[in-house]
Design a protein around this ligand. Structure first.
Ligand SMILES: [Zn+2]
Length: 456
């Protein structure tokens, strides 16, 4: 059992069963038991505690967020949901939720809550204190909404996180309430809003929105690496050779983790100097740089722990662009990992925590005003100086340079987002601040239709 996957929670916390990755993926058919920090007995029906609660609404006619009335005026639909709800997930006599059988609606509710709480626990560990919601001035808790009909998406906004369903190519319905990566990514957006903030009108930058998506992906990646099964699968399939250099596609085959696949990408800021259309794409150079730093830190950690030799690591560096790379290098890792799998796991956990701390310390120092990736890089360097006396300076520099961060900037947004740009307003609305949001979500025709019907 993963006790919050190394999250320093007391065993007096509350038990949930979570799918470490989408349950349709081969290694993750069975949920893993975790303990979240909410004390056993403190999580009520819903589930609900003092930070968040789940609602499974009956007849909710449209999603929260931006809508328009009959005259085309902007409206913002906010929680709480006060209508009818399906039966909530109930705790057992000891206050836990791990007794609920997968396949039931209550399991979905418990899973949604468990992932959100687990992810928040992971990042509060790195920040070293509770993360206060950015919507705290108006709402005291995050409403986690299960949308069974409306929404082919998942997104958060001011006081809510709604998850819908996804229809796969072979027409299966996969609820996002059971998708760890998707929920944790949205909690990542909540954390960015809480720790960095929302730009005032006119002070936002393309890189702010790219940073948001990047940080949300990294939030989910680091949180997923708290599951024993994710760590085991990653190490077993790679035997610890996480080098991606120009091998992103090859690496992507190593794992079912969506965030890792996104993180291992070859894009640089030079790919965006003529302009960009989607902040999710613009996020990729920054995510890729941080992921490559993570991989480099891990390999340095393997050398420091004498699990591979410095000369073997040098050889790996020298051959990184060589077609012979895998033939020469992989056997070295196969042998080293087979000899000490537990030590490899400890090295990965230590690297994960170092990266989590560095990111938390970096993020808390950033400002939303005219945010630039070069500032993220400079802040990472400063945090490294503070945390380790500059131990990782070379790794940080190499990976920022490889992504052209610090000497290239993205051009203008080339095309407005598809659809009615009105609906691009403030997915993440802050009262009194109509800053543009960072989402690709558009209301469906049905949602627009229903919101027009419903609003005066
Ligand atoms: Zn996002």
């Amino acid at each position: 059992m993963a006790v919050g996957g190394n999250v320093p929670t007391s065993t007096a916390g509350t038990r949930f069963r979570l799918y470490a990755q989408a349950p349709f993926l081969e290694p993750f058919h069975e949920p893993e038991t975790v303990i979240v920090s909410s004390p056993a007995g403190s999580v009520g029906p819903g589930p609900a505690d003092d930070r968040m609660y789940v609602v499974d609404p009956i007849g909710k006619p449209f999603a929260y967020g931006a809508a328009e009335d009959l005259r085309g005026s902007f409206a913002y639909l906010m929680p709480p949901w006060t209508g009818a709800v399906f039966p909530p997930a109930l705790p057992d006599a000891d206050g836990h939720f791990d007794h609920i059988a997968p396949g039931s609606p209550e399991f979905e509710a418990a899973h949604l809550f468990g992932v959100a709480r687990f992810t928040l626990d992971v990042w509060e560990k790195y920040f070293g204190h509770p993360i206060e919601w950015h919507f705290a001035p108006d709402l005291d808790r995050l409403e986690l909404v299960i949308e069974r009909n409306l929404l082919e998406n998942a997104f958060m906004g001011y006081g809510f996180l709604e998850v819908g369903v996804h229809q796969t190519a072979d027409r299966r319905i996969e609820p996002f309430s059971l998708n760890f990566d998707v929920i944790a990514h949205e909690i990542g957006h909540c954390i960015v809003y809480a720790m960095i903030g929302t730009p005032d009108p006119g002070t936002d930058s393309p890189e702010y929105y790219g940073f948001h998506e990047s940080a949300a992906d990294l939030t989910a990646l680091i949180a997923a690496l708290h599951f024993d099964r994710v760590i085991d699968e990653l190490l077993a399939s790679s035997r610890g050779n996480l080098y991606t250099r120009n091998l992103a596609n090859r690496f992507a085959e190593l794992t079912d983790n969506e965030q890792i696949r996104l993180a291992a990408n070859p894009l640089t800021l030079l790919d965006f100097v003529r302009g960009w259309t989607d902040e999710h794409d613009l996020a990729q150079p920054l995510t890729g740089a941080v992921f490559d730093m993570f991989v480099d830190l891990f390999h340095e950690e393997l050398v420091a722990r004498e699990l591979i030799s410095a000369s073997q690591e040098d050889l790996s560096d020298q051959l990184e662009d060589d077609p012979e790379y895998f033939r020469v290098i992989q056997p070295i890792f196969d042998e080293a990992y087979a000899a000490a799998p537990h030590a490899f796991r400890e090295a990965l956990v230590a690297t994960r925590d170092e990266m989590g701390m560095m990111l938390a310390e970096t993020w808390r120092r950033l400002s939303p005003r005219d945010l630039r990736y070069s500032q993220v890089g400079d802040t990472l360097r400063a945090v490294d100086r503070m945390m380790s006396g500059g131990r990782w300076r070379r790794i940080i520099d190499v990976n920022l340079r490889r992504r052209a961060i610090g000497f290239a900037r993205p051009g203008p947004r080339i095309a407005p987002p598809a659809g009615d740009s009105h609906f691009d307003l403030a997915r993440v609305f802050v009262p009194g601040n109509h800053a543009q949001c960072c989402g690709r979500r558009r209301p469906s025709f049905r949602e627009k239709y229903q919101s027009v019907l419903a609003l005066p």
